[in-house]
Structure formats: C-alpha cells, structure tokens
Design a protein around this ligand. Structure first.
Ligand code: NDP
Length: 251
C-alpha cells in the first residue's frame, strides 16, 4: 500500500485516462484526482447526471476538459466496446490509462440460494464488461509509451469468504485476468496491468454491504487516492502483474 505516496502536481499531465463508474464513490474521487494531476479523463458510467456533475467539478477547478462516455456495462455488447475504441481513436489517437472501477455488490447471501440471474448480472458488470473493454482498448493502449491498466479488486477476491458469492467470484476472476494479461503483455509491450483493492471505503456500496457500520470509522475515497495515482502515473512504470492494496487491512 502506497498511502504515503506523494504525487507530483503534474503527474498525469498530457495523459488520456478512462475511469469507469466515474460518477460516484471511489471512481468519482479517482476521476477528480486524475484530472487535478493533469489527466484528460473520460468519465464512463451509466447515470449521466452524475457524470455531468463530475464533469462540471473538473471544469470549475480548471482541470483539462474531460469527456463523458455513457455506457451501462450490464447491457453493453462487443460492438459497443468496438465503437468505444473507434471513438477514442478518432478523438485522442491513444489511451494511456484505464481504471476499471465500476462494480455492483449483488447480494450477501449463501451460494445455495443465490439467484442465478443476479449472479450473471454481477459477473457481467464486474468481470465480463471490463474484460471486453480491455480487449477492445488494448490496441489503443499500445499507442501510448507508458500505459497502465488498473482492475479494482477486493479482499474477498483474494481469499474467499462465506456469503460473498458472485461478487467475490467476479473479483477472483479479475485477479486471474490481471495475471494472464500482465504475463502476455510483459515482453511485447510497455502496458502494465495490476489489481487494486481499495479496502473498506466510505461509499454507497460499503454502506449496502455493512449497514450497521459507522461510516465515520472508514477512510473516504479521497484518502485512498495515493495508490490510485501511483499506479496510474510514471512512478509505477515496469510494475506489472501485482495485487495492490490502497490502505492497510481494516482490523
Ligand atoms: P459505488 O457503488 O459507490 O460506485 C460504483 C460505481 O459504479 C457507480 O458510479 C456506479 O454507477 C457504477 N456502476 C455500477 N454498475 C454499473 C454499470 N452497469 N455500468 C456502468 N457503471 C456502473 O461503489 P464503490 O465506489 O464503493 O466501489 C468502486 C469499486 O471498488 C468497485 O469495483 C467495488 O467492488 C470496489 N470495492 C469497494 C470497496 C468499498 O469499501 N467501498 C471495498 C472493496 C472493493 P451509478 O452511480 O450510476 O450507480
């Protein structure tokens, strides 16, 4: 965990970065933080009003003009991701960073009774969507001389835990994909691929998972940004295939 990492003000200057789930929670904080450090951020998500609010905040703070890319990962098909790649190629010509952050919790419930449709929905949004997006965007990332892919994981994606069903499975799959991609890309490209577990963080998802917990006992999304910046910027050049934590595990 890089909690003490101090990012240079212009760390991401000139970089084009996609953040998924950029309208709320950790993704919103990452989009704002990346823009504040000089990145042109493509705000991807499903609720346009939330993306517009982040867009306005970036404009008002004087950051590079962002872009909004509405996409619902649940319904998105391969052709949507091809279109996304085409649009980004026309507008920017390359992609330097991809933060896969969007995700849903599904239900905290035993595997035996877990609704199969919900299980599929969680896998689509948390794993299949990010997989297809990555497949479609890898060519554009090859056009960057220092590209970084960050997949968002979880502690239950590294060690299984009762009742975390589809969510934990989707994060385990994500860890596996990260390892495979990092191994494939290591000798042929400069694209680095890592996973990042934000740890317990004060967001709507955490509230849904732990309704009785005092939110004030948790770090805010802003407080966990140092590792998000480290992995996105040039200081992590050459670091690939690794599983990171954004904060020490909560006791
Ligand atoms: P939030 O629920 O606060 O935010 C999730 C974001 O993902 C929202 O912007 C949401 O959009 C977006 N999203 C959800 N479904 C879709 C979809 N179908 N298509 C496009 N965008 C979608 O969650 P967090 O910020 O807490 O979580 C961010 C990431 O961190 C997730 O991957 C989560 O698994 C992970 N994580 C979080 C932890 C925590 O303690 N908070 C701990 C461990 C991991 P909308 O606003 O429109 O709903």
């Amino acid at each position: 965990c890089q909690l003490e990492y101090q990012a240079a003000d212009d760390l991401l200057s000139g970089r084009v970065v996609v953040v998924t789930g950029a309208g709320d929670g950790i993704g919103r904080a990452a989009a704002l933080s990346y823009a504040a450090h000089g990145a042109t951020v493509i705000l991807l998500g499903r609720t346009i009003s939330k993306l517009e609010a982040v867009y306005d905040e970036i404009e008002q703070s004087g950051g590079p003009q962002p872009a909004i890319y509405p996409l619902d990962l649940e319904g998105a098909t391969w052709s949507d991701y091809e279109t996304m790649a085409d649009r980004l190629r026309e507008t920017f010509g390359r992609l330097d960073g991809l933060l896969h952050n969007a995700g849903i919790l599904g239900r905290i419930t035993p595997v035996q009774g877990y609704n199969p449709q919900l299980w599929e929905q969680v896998m689509k949004i948390n794993f299949q969507g990010p997989l297809m997006m990555t497949q479609a965007l890898l060519g554009l990332m090859s056009a960057s001389d220092d590209a970084s892919i960050i997949f968002t994981s979880s502690s239950v994606g590294r060690k299984g835990r009762a009742f975390w069903g589809a969510y934990a499975t989707s994060k385990f799959a994500t860890e596996g994909l990260m390892q495979i991609l990092a191994d494939e890309l290591e000798n042929t490209t400069t694209i680095r691929v890592n996973t990042l577990n934000p740890g317990a963080t004060r967001t709507a998802m955490r509230k849904a998972a732990f309704p009785a917990e005092d939110p004030n006992s948790l770090r805010t999304p802003d407080e966990i940004m140092p590792t998000y910046l480290y992995l996105m910027g040039p200081d992590s050049r050459g670091v690939t295939g690794q599983a990171f934590n954004a904060q020490p595990p909560k006791l």
